[in-house]
Design a protein around this ligand. Sequence first.
Ligand SMILES: *[C@@H]1O[C@H](CO)[C@@H](O)[C@H](O)[C@H]1NC(C)=O
Ligand SMILES: *[C@@H]1O[C@H](CO)[C@@H](O)[C@H](O)[C@H]1NC(C)=O
Ligand SMILES: *[C@@H]1O[C@H](CO)[C@@H](O)[C@H](O)[C@H]1NC(C)=O
Ligand SMILES: *[C@@H]1O[C@H](CO)[C@@H](O)[C@H](O)[C@H]1NC(C)=O
Ligand SMILES: *[C@@H]1O[C@H](CO)[C@@H](O)[C@H](O)[C@H]1NC(C)=O
Ligand SMILES: *[C@@H]1O[C@H](CO)[C@@H](O)[C@H](O)[C@H]1NC(C)=O
Ligand SMILES: *[C@@H]1O[C@H](CO)[C@@H](O)[C@H](O)[C@H]1NC(C)=O
Ligand SMILES: *[C@@H]1O[C@H](CO)[C@@H](O)[C@H](O)[C@H]1NC(C)=O
Ligand SMILES: *[C@@H]1O[C@H](CO)[C@@H](O)[C@H](O)[C@H]1NC(C)=O
Ligand SMILES: *[C@@H]1O[C@H](CO)[C@@H](O)[C@H](O)[C@H]1NC(C)=O
Ligand SMILES: *[C@@H]1O[C@H](CO)[C@@H](O)[C@H](O)[C@H]1NC(C)=O
Length: 452
Amino acid sequence: MKNTGHYCSSSTFIIMFIHLVINIVVSPYLTNVAVEGFDPVIQLSYSGSNITQSISKPVFSVVDYGAIGDGLHNDTKAFLKAWEIACSLPGSAKVVFPFGKTFLVHPVDVTGPCRSNITLKILGTIVAPQDPLAWNDLNLHKWFYFHGVNNLTVDGGGRINGMGHEWWAKSCKINHTNPCRPAPTALTFHRCKNLKVRKLMLLNGQQMHMAFTSCIRVVASDLKVFAPAFSPNTDGIHISATRGVEVKDSVIRTGDDCISIVRNSSQIKIRNISCGPGHGISIGSLGKSDAWEKVENIHVYGAYLYNTDNGVRIKTWQGGKGFASNITFKNVVMENVSNPIIIDQYYCDSQYPCDNQTSAVKVKNISFIDIQGTSATEEAIKFSCSDASPCKGLHLENVFLASFMGGNTRSYCWQAHGSTRGSVYPPSCLSSTNDFIRQKVWLEPNPAIDSI
Ligand SMILES: *[C@@H]1O[C@H](CO)[C@@H](O)[C@H](O)[C@H]1NC(C)=O
Ligand SMILES: *[C@@H]1O[C@H](CO)[C@@H](O)[C@H](O)[C@H]1NC(C)=O
Ligand SMILES: *[C@@H]1O[C@H](CO)[C@@H](O)[C@H](O)[C@H]1NC(C)=O
Ligand SMILES: *[C@@H]1O[C@H](CO)[C@@H](O)[C@H](O)[C@H]1NC(C)=O
Ligand SMILES: *[C@@H]1O[C@H](CO)[C@@H](O)[C@H](O)[C@H]1NC(C)=O
Ligand SMILES: *[C@@H]1O[C@H](CO)[C@@H](O)[C@H](O)[C@H]1NC(C)=O
Ligand SMILES: *[C@@H]1O[C@H](CO)[C@@H](O)[C@H](O)[C@H]1NC(C)=O
Ligand SMILES: *[C@@H]1O[C@H](CO)[C@@H](O)[C@H](O)[C@H]1NC(C)=O
Ligand SMILES: *[C@@H]1O[C@H](CO)[C@@H](O)[C@H](O)[C@H]1NC(C)=O
Ligand SMILES: *[C@@H]1O[C@H](CO)[C@@H](O)[C@H](O)[C@H]1NC(C)=O
Ligand SMILES: *[C@@H]1O[C@H](CO)[C@@H](O)[C@H](O)[C@H]1NC(C)=O
């Protein structure tokens, strides 16, 4: 509870408050909520009559609701019980997975809204069932699934392990004789508002590690997301139909996109991210099956990509409508990245070839500024835009992408219009829309780049 701004005698307040706690919070649960379900001390600090500090949040440890934490017993029910009580309280509450234990959690739907603001503290480790058969009759897309929970904070420094190995082995991308079937996203937040996810390690997702779908206002920070380079479709953070996201101060090393942004998402800021191995930072794929999509106001400021397949990428299928616009990639350092800067409007992640169509998601106003490092391939800049709707307003500024192996790098342009500023290497091949003199400035030696 926050300082309400009221002034009253502190002793009266304490008595009133304790009363309130006992009546509203404790009594309905006295039978099954031990008093240790609360922080040991109810803390009030005050100076004179100015109450400045809030009461500690009630704490519900899954262990108090029957979780064993040995990694073998099914701790799902204990978690759901602790959650249910926390969710029903006024004010705010904490649900805790304690340190030093491993909790086996089966596929679980956690549904809001809650009366309280919940902080889910993951101090220990949460693991998924190893065997895909545990999903027998369940939705194959979900493991830990939050739906409609607002003002949720998830943190604690612990780990969430999707135990994905058996799922990967069953993937049609690993073994083409396997049927192509879905696999769970480890952690999904659907229809959330005001979510914070921070200080967590996500490991070996069955497929994507964390997805925000149809959310508003999300901050994801201080995350470590790790899965082997060969693990299929294990995107680090997936943002879909979500508005207002900040992802920062995180390290993501997986087998697929570091961060992927799709479906009507906007106002996304990505800062201080380290990616690789994996497929880099991707906008898209957009426009699959003729979808209408609008992805805009995306700003990546500060990223380091190492040994990734792509650096910064926009990919759209043939067909589809809508826009990818107002997108900036700035202050990006690449090391041995196969396609450092790429726009691909002929994306086709399919067993069958994709025919060219007469429409495409429009790509416009995309800036690449202060991008430096090395390319694993000769083609360091690739703008492969659609005949139906050429890319417009592409902008390159202070770009230097040398070859990792030595030798020259080059740019590829198809239907790509835009401008350059400052020095750009490899030289730009953009055609300037308004017949401005195209700048092809070769780089003067620059001390910041000489060290690469
Ligand atoms: C109450 O305490 C807070 C924090 O110490 C301080 O910022 C605020 O000015 C105080 N208000 C009054 C009315 O004393
Ligand atoms: C694990 O517990 C949850 C919640 O009680 C239950 O729905 C699920 O069926 C259990 N799974 C197994 C394999 O026991
Ligand atoms: C719950 O969180 C929201 C924003 O995340 C905040 O505005 C609100 O004051 C919080 N409510 C309580 C009871 O802490
Ligand atoms: C969640 O935050 C919003 C404002 O950001 C607030 O309107 C709502 O009441 C909060 N929910 C709770 C349970 O505090
Ligand atoms: C692919 O799967 C088939 C059938 O499940 C199996 O017989 C084969 O050994 C697998 N191949 C590889 C390379 O794992
Ligand atoms: C960037 O993120 C890393 C964690 O990946 C963190 O250690 C570092 O302090 C962050 N840098 C800044 C300037 O915040
Ligand atoms: C994006 O939003 C538009 C308009 O609100 C809607 O028609 C379209 O279906 C949405 N696209 C996707 C992929 O959700
Ligand atoms: C593009 O992004 C900038 C910076 O976030 C914002 O100020 C501007 O309004 C956006 N422009 C459009 C057309 O959305
Ligand atoms: C293009 O995007 C930049 C930021 O990415 C923004 O500041 C600018 O307003 C946009 N221009 C147009 C014409 O939308
Ligand atoms: C550089 O990238 C290429 C292509 O991904 C890879 O084969 C090679 O091992 C990488 N080199 C180093 C030193 O990591
Ligand atoms: C689609 O169009 C591109 C660019 O014009 C061309 O290079 C490619 O061969 C075409 N693909 C098919 C399948 O027609």
